[in-house]
Ligand binder design. Structure first.
Ligand SMILES: [Cu+2]
Length: 460
């Protein structure tokens, strides 16, 4: 069952799908559908061939195809795109078919796929099919296995999908620039046996990182370590779609990492097992239980669980700096120091100055700070109980009773059963914690004074 909102959202992509199977049928190169939205599109169920449960791409969509004889034909267009990273910020990136990441490609083990790639970038490119077993000349490494695709040219890749599993695509030409600009996409190959590794919901996203200065629109492609936007499918919290599941569903989450550091992805509320990598399915006897899975650079991981406990369960990268948006990393620790007044004064001169608070940083989750245009707060987002104080790689797995199969519409916040939420107790009910401080041990409150900057003194 689709919500009304999802039906409206899907219009953009469905128009493209019709074009592919319609008047472009006779043409040598199929039309390339484009999506202009950054919200999750409904899954694309197979209209021919073996049955499978299609994946859902967080804040994304699946690329429609056409059959030409026994070939499944797709058309990717590498081009400049504008991607909304979260409401309030857009980035000027490179991607495929109107989006970064590009559309997810889905096909079936044994399929003969023909993938056209048109280059509308200002420089040459190629597409590498990460993890695929294919003829060397179809591997997409510019200079090594093929000539580069020059701007304005279209190349075709043809191969047979030998194995089902979890893969991705990205350029193998000027990689440092092209991946830092957002060029990547998911590639899922479903098993030919519809019963093999079947799940009820199958979510996919790619992990990447961008260095976009506050107020800027284009990533700094030369940055190697100090990124400020940690993204899933080129989105940050609170812009990342929630993962909605029906109680009792078997759920799979597939991730691929194209950033330059590892990401330990942690999910609350469940014990899951890793069932697939870009090297194939993990045999049952080789699986072990986990609550966090480290996704190494240039790797894919898929995990599965039975969604049998309703609730709002956080899912996030466990590197705490990766659940923050644009932030300065040269910030001193001011816990215990009264410096609120100084911070306000400095912020008038340096808008993105984010000092650490005197009691930690939690106050920033609610604070309204003056910021340059096109800049996201470092931590933001509200839940039903207050500020969530997150950014970057954070979302919510929402498990609910009574929603329809394949309904991915946001069910809202979880209605906790009476008496199951952590709560404040009356003061009299809690005995005071005992504390022993040696005289002269230094464990006394810091006593520091702050001198207000003189009014009227602006600039340095
Ligand atoms: Cu991370």
């Amino acid at each position: 069952m689709l919500s009304r909102r999802n039906i409206i959202r899907s219009a953009a992509v469905l128009a493209g799908a019709a074009a592919v199977s319609g008047r472009a049928q006779a043409a040598a190169v199929p039309e390339a559908p484009t999506s202009t939205v950054s919200t999750m599109q409904p899954p694309l169920f197979p209209s021919s061939g073996p049955d499978y449960q299609p994946v859902v791409t967080l804040n994304g969509w699946t690329l429609p195809w056409r059959m030409n004889g026994d070939w499944k034909e797709f058309h990717l267009v590498a081009e400049p795109v504008v991607r909304e990273i979260a409401p309030g910020m857009k980035a000027h990136l490179w991607g495929y078919n109107g989006q970064s990441p590009g559309p997810t490609i889905e096909a079936v083990e044994g399929d003969k796929v023909r993938i056209f790639v048109t280059n509308r970038l200002p420089e040459h490119t190629t597409v590498h099919w990460h993890g695929m077993l294919l003829p060397s000349g179809m591997d997409g490494v510019g200079g090594l296995t093929q000539p580069h695709i020059k701007p304005g040219k279209t190349f075709v890749y043809e191969f047979v999908l030998q194995k089902s599993g979890t893969f991705m695509y990205h350029p193998h030409a000027d990689e440092m620039v092209q991946m830092a600009m957002g060029m990547m996409g998911f590639f899922v190959v479903h098993p030919r046996d519809p019963a093999f590794m079947r799940v009820d919901r199958d979510f996919v996203f790619l992990i990447s990182a961008f260095a976009i200065d506050p107020g800027a629109y284009v990533p700094n492609v030369n940055e190697m370590t100090d990124f400020n936007l940690w993204t899933w499918n080129t989105r940050v919290f609170p812009g990342i779609d929630h993962l909605v599941a029906r109680t009792g569903d078997r759920v799979r989450v597939r991730m691929g990492n194209l950033s330059m550091t590892n990401h330990p992805i942690h999910m609350h509320g469940y014990h899951f097992s890793v069932t697939c990598t870009d090297g194939g399915w993990v045999q049952e006897s080789a699986r072990w239980p986990e609550t966090s899975i480290d996704v190494p650079v240039g790797a894919m991981r898929a995990f599965e669980f039975k969604a049998d406990v309703p609730g709002d369960w956080a899912i996030h990268c466990h590197k705490s700096h990766h659940t923050m948006n644009a932030m300065g990393h040269n910030v001193k620790n001011f816990i215990g120091v009264q410096k609120r007044d100084v911070a306000r004064s400095i912020r008038r001169l340096v808008p993105d100055y984010m000092p650490m608070g005197s009691a930690g940083m939690a106050e920033m989750g609610e604070m309204e700070m003056p910021m340059p245009d096109n800049t996201l707060p470092m931590m933001t987002g509200f839940g039903q109980f207050g500020p969530i104080e997150m950014g970057g790689m954070f979302s919510v797995v929402k498990v609910r009773d009574g929603i329809g199969a394949d309904d991915y519409a946001d069910p809202g916040w979880y209605a906790h059963p009476e008496g199951t939420v952590a709560r404040e107790v009356p003061r009299s009910a809690a005995s005071a914690p005992t504390r022993h401080i040696e005289p002269g041990s230094g464990n006394s409150k810091a006593d520091l004074r702050v001198v207000k900057p003189k009014a009227g003194h602006k600039g340095h």
